[in-house]
Design a protein around this ligand. Structure first.
Ligand code: NAD
Length: 486
């Protein structure tokens, strides 16, 4: 892993990839890097359990050793409170590392499958094979976690990997480029830094798998680049997550859980509840409860609270401030450009990745469902309701990457649940075992014996009616059970 060799035009160092030479010759500046990783992949070293374990352990050590630099980098990028960094960046990745280490040997085992009559004496199984050279591209809002959690899966599955953190969270990008390489096998893992221009050049190369987290527009660019090489990919994209609040809910609990999910990381969370759908009566009860929760969490002047992060960049700040100007602000809404501070606000305008919580009033749950279904499919649908039938109704009649009832964001704490979007919010799954499977090709294997040729010869020409009957009976799957539609 070498942070220097990724900068186009920078002189190669030591046993570097010859990228500058490639550039001078008019070739892609990352060709050398990708080729060197492919050469390492072809040696087979990343396939062994020992190599995977040693790299996962090294990643765990990186998180332990560099905890303070990680806290500092995120403080510098968006003044993210240490509590939030530990919970949503460090521990989350460490859990993935430990979970992968605990389960790797069983995940790597060949999976036996059912056989038909002809293959009874043979061996049939699914082998989880690494894809090869993988590219992981991340966004700025959870700059460490959204690179390293996929990396855990890619390492566990036995791949070589290039990671491309977001250039916008520049302190965390620098930390990963400068500190991570010394922990991992430099032949197999590399960090590339830079923005859209560098990513575009990187994407011109052939990868065996691409894992992208970012916005849907850029997702389309990445998918088009992947299509050039027929590279499979996962897209973890954005969207607006609706939250229906039923009339009979305990409003203070609802408000506490909503405000926590919405204000964590200053609202810059892809699974945060983005807007509330409720009746006008519920809105009347919810607004004071939200106000109370905000004051309880952040004090009378939230700007002074050490527990409220800042907006990542001036560009994002301007976008959010413009939104505030276009809606009726019911709570909060103060801003400070110098600090990129935006007081969490409740407006009637919808938007994501900011501490804003628009409220849209609807007469009932059916209207709420219709509202949700008339828009792009979100990453998460949330519902707050004491009535479990109502929760089930929203679950059954909407579609989204994930679903949460009576809380926000907490589904992310379960490593046993897959994480991913659907439609506009993405495609593919990861976290825990799902990450391992995502970065593994499921290779279908049948190892036949050379015996029983008389039985095998039934399928060879010349065909006959007798052969047809016998062969079909050995392959046929009979419908055994009954299916009752209730
Ligand atoms: P982004 O798509 O702008 O950037 C993501 C990555 O793509 C960065 O590394 C960036 O350098 C690169 N990139 C940007 N423009 C590019 C281009 N034209 N060509 C090639 N590469 C390009 O996303 P962002 O602003 O960093 O992150 C915010 C977005 O990510 C939001 O839409 C949010 O909802 C989404 N997000 C999704 C998840 C999820 O898990 N589904 C998690 C976090 C964020």
């Amino acid at each position: 892993m070498d942070a220097n060799r990724d900068t186009p035009g920078k002189a190669p160092t030591g046993s570097d990839t010859g990228k500058t030479d490639s550039k001078a010759a008019g070739m892609n500046p990352y060709l050398g890097l990708v080729s060197s990783l492919r050469a390492a992949w072809l040696t087979g070293k990343t396939r062994t359990a020992e190599h995977r374990i040693s790299q996962l352990e090294a990643l765990g050590r990186f998180l332990d050793d560099k905890k303070q630099p990680i806290l500092d980098a995120m403080a510098s990028d968006m003044r993210k409170p240490p509590f939030e960094v530990e919970l949503s960046e460090i521990i989350l990745v460490k859990n993935e590392v430990n979970y992968a280490l605990n389960n790797l040997s069983s995940w790597m085992k060949d999976e036996g499958v059912d056989k038909n009559l002809v293959t009874q004496l043979d061996t049939a199984f699914i082998r989880k094979e690494p894809y090869g050279v993988v590219l992981i591209i991340g966004p700025w809002n959870y700059p460490l976690q959204l690179i390293l959690v996929p990396l855990v899966g890619a390492i566990a599955a036995g791949n070589c990997v290039i990671i491309k953190p977001s250039e916008i969270s520049s302190s965390t990008e620098k930390l990963m480029a400068e500190m991570l390489p010394s922990y991992l096998d430099k032949d197999c893992f590399a960090v590339v830094t830079g923005g859209p221009a560098e990513t575009t050049q990187l994407l011109e190369n052939k990868f065996d798998y691409i894992f992208f987290t970012g916005n849907p527009q850029v997702g389309k660019i990445v998918m088009a680049a992947a299509a050039t090489h027929l590279t499979p990919l996962t897209l973890e994209l954005g969207g607006k997550n609706p939250c229906y609040v039923a009339d009979e809910s305990d409003m203070q609990n609802v408000a506490n859980r909503l405000v926590w999910g919405r204000c964590f990381n200053a609202g810059q969370t892809c699974v945060a509840p983005d807007y509330v759908l409720c009746s006008a009566e519920t809105q009347e009860k919810l607004l004071p409860a939200l106000r109370h929760a905000i004051t309880q969490f952040f004090g009378p002047d939230p700007r002074e609270s050490p527990d409220f992060a800042r907006i990542i960049s001036d560009k994002q700040f301007q976008r959010i401030r413009a939104l505030l100007g276009s809606g009726r602000v019911a709570i909060g809404g103060q801003t400070d450009e110098k600090e990129r501070y935006i007081e969490r606000a409740t407006t009637t305008q919808e938007q994501i990745l900011a501490p804003l919580l628009p409220i849209v009033t609807v007469p009932d749950v059916d209207e709420a469902i219709a509202f949700i279904n008339s828009r792009e499919r979100p990453l998460v649908v949330y519902v707050f309701a004491a009535n479990s039938k109502l929760v089930r109704r929203v679950l059954e009649r909407t579609s989204s990457g994930g679903f949460g009832a009576n809380d926000s964001v907490m589904q992310m704490t379960l490593i046993s649940l897959p994480f991913g979007g659907i439609g506009n919010s993405g495609m593919g799954l990861y976290h825990g075992k799902f990450s391992f499977d995502t970065f593994s090709h499921h290779r279908a294997c049948l190892l036949r014996s050379m015996g029983l040729e008389t039985m095998n010869s039934l399928r060879y020409p010349p065909y006959s009616e007798r052969k047809r009957g016998l062969v079909l009976s050995t392959f046929r799957i009979k419908h055994t059970g009954t299916c009752t539609l209730l």
